[in-house]
Write a protein that binds this ligand. Sequence first.
Ligand code: FAD
Length: 408
Amino acid sequence: MHVVIIGAGYCGSNVAKLLEQDDCIQVTLIDSREVQVHKIAGVRAAIRDDWFECVPIPRTHLLKKEKSRVIQSGIIQEVTDSKVFFCDGTCLEFDFLVAATGILNNSPAEPPLRLDREEIIAHYRKVANVIRKADRICVIGGGVVGVEFCGEIKSAYDTKSVTLVHSGQDLLDGTQMQLSSSFLPRVYSGLKHLGVDVILNSRVKIPKCHERGYLEGYRVLETEDGKEIETDLVLLCIGGTPNSQIFPKDWLDTRGHVAVNEFLQSTVAPNVFAVGDINNVAEDKLWVRAKSQVDVVVRNVKRATRKAPLDTVYNTERNPNIMIIPLGPGFGVANLPIPTGIFGTSISVVGKANHLFVPETFKSARATPPSIAGMGILSSFVDAVYTLFRRGGRKHTILESPLDGVLQ
Ligand SMILES: Cc1cc2nc3c(=O)[nH]c(=O)nc-3n(C[C@H](O)[C@H](O)[C@H](O)COP(=O)(O)OP(=O)(O)OC[C@H]3O[C@@H](n4cnc5c(N)ncnc54)[C@H](O)[C@@H]3O)c2cc1C
């Protein structure tokens, strides 16, 4: 059986590694980029020169079996329920498809989709130079990426003025996680400690950005309620766009995500599955959560290739509420799923801020991580916590009477 996986980011790469171990399955993994982008390190790489190399991960040794194939820089024009059509006129047939194309974040923390390794590094170098030159920076959008940008900038450049403008009542108000009641106050006090000005309940007219997610040069931004913010650089951190343009419209929900059932199987094409940010599972679009979708998709695809009814249901509530917000390499706030819930700098630094999972993610792709002083053994900490706290022992519901008919 030929299984094509489109998107070799965190989810697609891991699905491919697990599926190729099945002797009955031939895997083809396709990505439009030449390397995997380690997005979790993207904000810091947009600021610190010694972090540029922590983002692009080579896929040279990702898959091991001779029957497997990785197509890098593969530009797809269109996908049907049996074929992938490339822009160069070639086409690939499949029995099963896994959509893992993610969301393109619109901030400068994520490089465009078709770049090679050197172009990705050049992207970060350019953004880091622009940030270095600006004295007054305005970050628009108070989600995780916007908050991290403020913390990372102030930790690298203490004297710059940084203003965070958010349209909602509270920072991070888009999260669906149950966070400890003292988590958010700690985030505010962390930003205050660093000297970030936070403006809530305020919308600025978003300027048109010619570069990816930023706008250079002096300007005065006006908020709808009449405030004026003088700035030399605007950083847009207002979310992203699902990479679903290549898929048939009837696979998608109204927001452009691939619509899936509880088996992470397309609601309209039974031989199609979707994993990670691209599917329409209603939960925070984070790798720490999507990680456990990988097992569900792998198990269900394996059963589908054998014409067995699907039996593994994805349970969002079994994912622990872990959120660690680094505010620079040596500072941060952590929410962990234990009674006291909330932790300050030491756990945040050990668990994430110091290493941003660089060693672990490179190793998972069978690549050698770049060496940055002080980064290393700490990086598997959160993974260990995650595994320890996953509720119920078993990750997902394995149905005792699998539902016939899901494969019609
Ligand atoms: C700046 C930033 C920081 C983040 N920090 C954290 C964090 O600290 N913790 C956390 O848990 N999550 C974090 N996230 C979210 C996390 O990165 C996503 O949840 C995760 O990337 C989802 O994995 P994925 O495999 O679904 O998608 P991705 O990792 O985005 O992978 C999608 C892949 O598909 C490829 N692709 C897209 N379109 C096409 C196409 N048409 N043809 C071929 N290939 C295509 C892309 O090149 C990419 O390789 C962060 C996100 C950003 C942007």
